[in-house]
Every structure is written in C-alpha cells, then in structure tokens.
Design a binder for this molecule. Sequence first.
Ligand code: SAH
Length: 514
Amino acid sequence: MQKNDIFEIEIIDMGVGGEGIGKHDGMTFFIKDAVMGDVVEAKVTKLKKNYGYARVEKIIKPSSDRVELECSIAKKCGGCQIQQVSYQRQLKFKEDKVINNLKRIGNFSDEEISKVIEPVVGMEEPFRYRNKAQYPVGLDKEGKIVTGFYAQRTHSIIPIENNDCKLGTPENARILDLIKEYMQENSVKPYDEVKKKGLVRHILIRKGFDTNQIMVCIIINGNKLPHSEKLIEKLETVEGITSISININKENTNVILGKETVVLWGEPYIKDYITLNNVKRDEQGNISFEKTDTKVGYQISAQSFFQVNPQQTEKLYSLALDYAGLKGEESVWDLYCGIGTISLFLANKAKNVYGVEIVEQAIEDAKRNAKLNNIENSKFFVGKAEDIISEFYKTNAIDKSAQDKMQGKKESVETTVEESVETKAEVSVDAQMMKPDVIVVDPPRKGCDNLCLDTMLKMAPPKIVYVSCDSATLARDLRYLCDGGYELKKVCPVDQFAQTTHVETVVGLQRVNY
Ligand code: SAH
C-alpha cells in the first residue's frame, strides 16, 4: 500500500484517542472520525511497517453508534474528539478505558474488577456543561477579528459558527460578539503570536451555574485596555455579569493567564455552590443521586482552578464522600486539594480535614472559602503533598503516644512546616493528623509521587479515596497501594467531559483485614 491509496475498511475498535481502528491487508489502521461499526472508504495519510493512519473519504455504511454532529466545526476543532459517537457508546468507551487500564497497567484480574466496578455515571444532557471557556482572539485572512478554538495540535484559530460552542453556555456567544464589537469600534488589535504584536490574547468567561454569576476576563499583552469604559458599557447589558477584569500576560508563552489580574468593574470573583448528593444504589447496583440541603459555596477568581463541569463534579465528590464513609468523628487528609473543593465537602461530615496543595493562591482561596462556609475544622498547607506528609510523618512516628508527639516534637514539626510552606503556619500537629481515618487524593494527570504513596502506606489509614483524571496513572498507583496492603472496594468512572475521550474515576480502597 502507498500513501493516498483509497480502500474500504470496517471499523472494529476504538483507540484511546477516540479514533476508529480497523484491519486491512494484514495492517492495523487508525482512522480519525471513524466510528466503531462503520464501513468506510479511507485514504492512507501515513504508513508505518505494520500499521498506518488514514482519514475517512466516504461513509459506506454508518455504524448504529454514529450520530449527527451538533457542531459544524467538530471535525477540525481540537475540543470534541468523539462528538460523532452516540453518548451511550461514549460512556461505554470510557468505562472500557478504565477497565482496560486496570487490567493492563494495574494487573488486576477480570474477577477483581467485576466485583468492584460501578456503572459509569453519565450526564442527562451531554452538551452545554462547561462553566468556563477560554477563547483565543486573532485575525482571519481578510483581517477580521475572530474568536474560536485552536485546531487540533496547532495554533491556528478556527472560528466557531455564531460564536456558539455547544459545550459552553449560550451567553458566551453574545459576550464574544460584544467584545469584538468593542475591539472594532476602538481599534483594539488582537495579539499576533508570530509577530508578538497586538493586545488582546484570550477571552476567559466563567459562569456560576448555581448563581448565574458571570465573569469576563480579557487577557492582554499590555498593562491597559484602551477605552475600557466602552467595553464595560457593553458587557453590563449581559444578565448575570458580576466581574470584568483584565489579566496581564506579556510573556512569549503558551500559558494563557499571566500573574496579574486587575478588576475593571464589579467583583474580583464569582461565587458558585456545589450541592452534596446522597448516593443511592438499586438492586442491580445502578447509581442515582439525590440532592441534599448541604451546599458548599466557593468564591472563584480568574486564576483559580475550579472543576469545569459542576453538575458532574457534584456527583463525583458525592461518590468520593460515599466511599470515605464518614460518620463525623474522622480525621481526613485531602491531598492535591486545589481551592479546597473536596476538603470543604468532607469537612461537613468529618471531625478534621487537612488539605495540601502546591499553589499558594489556591490555598488562600481554600482558607477564604472555609470561612465563607463557617467551616472551622479544616487546615490547609502549601507545598508538595509528598513533602508535607512525609515531613510530618518523619517528625511524628505514629507508634509513640499522642502526648509525646504533641509536646516533644512540636517544635521541630513547626520548623519543617514553616520551611516548606514559606508562610507562618499555625500548625499544632495532633495525633489524629498522623493517624488519619481516610486519605483522599486528587492528583494531576501524572498521578501521585512514590514518596506520597509510600508515606500513605506508612500512615496506613483504614480507607483511601483516589480521584483521578487519568486512568493509566491511576491503575499504576492502585497497584502500588494494593501491593502495600490495600484492596479495591469500589471503582466508578464519572463522565466529566462529554464529547471528549477524557474520563474521571473515583476509587475507594480499604486496608486489607481492616
Ligand atoms: N481537588 C481539587 C484539585 C484537583 S486538580 C479540586 O477538585 O478542585 C490537582 C491539583 O493538584 C491542582 O490544584 C494542582 O495545583 C495540585 N498539585 C499538583 N502537583 C501537586 C503536588 N505535588 N502536591 C500538591 N498539590 C499538587
């Protein structure tokens, strides 16, 4: 076979990136935008020894799992990789992805997995779920201002039809139109990445789904937005607008936000709430969620990390809490806590919660959010999770009595903590801190550091809850924890990112023979 050859192929599998997989002439082909079950005419784009890549030329027989695209640029835009796949099939794909990684990377047997896996938690309406969007701003070939998304693996902007991305909220389109209008009327230029000239780089829009508060932040390559009062005048007309700011980013970088944000109008943050749900299971093990009266409020600034799908986050955290099985007397660590989203959820049901997070700003947010919710049983530490818990552990051998720890070692612990957090932490290390009942971890994609896992094993809490956004590193870490004396109790994939190949997973582990 040669490049540009056209051939007919049946799609028999789906790859990790959502691409269709089929066999032809003894070779495996990966075919973008093809759906499992399709028969397509494909054109070879790249050939290797035993495999190749191809693209769909014509669909000969569509799969029963193929659906109409909701968005006209879905194939070009890097955002939705599997919009052409029915939502039920997307969910199955995500469940399979988690199971395969547990088998392949985690070395767990089919039998072990089938005992613990819960049905994937999907969305009722798998569009318009994102509370945050970041649009790059540029010029098209005719010199018109465009906002859109980057094409897959590139930095060329694809304009969105009517500015309306189907994953975002409907207000985004109007806001983008108003900003473009303001830019045109006031000769404000978009930033050109190549020439490194121009002003407006990105537009960040965030909405509180519970409060309907909206934040708009314009990221600029400069210190000031000219005639900003004209922009404010326009944006003020959007219902819900609460915060308008600029963020200064003069670096030559791919990182969207710079360090400094200046409020132009309104508040420096928006507020949103996440409601705790009771998790119910029927006889077949199907999960349903029942909202409770417990709500946690969060102030979210432009720079803070906040989960982008609040509806599913509520379910994810409620499951994490369900797996933690708290009764009110427990001490809990929440490692990789961000702005304390899970910590404050846990604090409602535990005696004490200790959060650890590497970003100082996030910990400031966490502390403020604790106050906002009148939560007094949480403490937060800035630093790497692996450093903070291992330092605490080293200076607090848990086989000594609580008294010893509190008095004899307190001084050295305080020094260690101060060094690692670089702020004056009001730490009194209590016995419970080093003998927690539950450790919750929610690390970034690369998973937990070995030192973190080792220290968790030494601290030996009866329960560990692992929330993960990458099922491969999750499987690796679960194997480590299980080899160290834990067993899987429950595993649940949760769809936080419908139309994409990403899957979030929550896992409950228990110490063996506990
Ligand atoms: N649990 C939070 C945040 C999860 S995202 C929530 O649900 O909102 C993962 C977080 O881990 C990020 O906030 C990131 O800044 C933080 N992080 C990354 N590496 C870390 C490390 N080594 N130690 C502690 N926190 C870390």
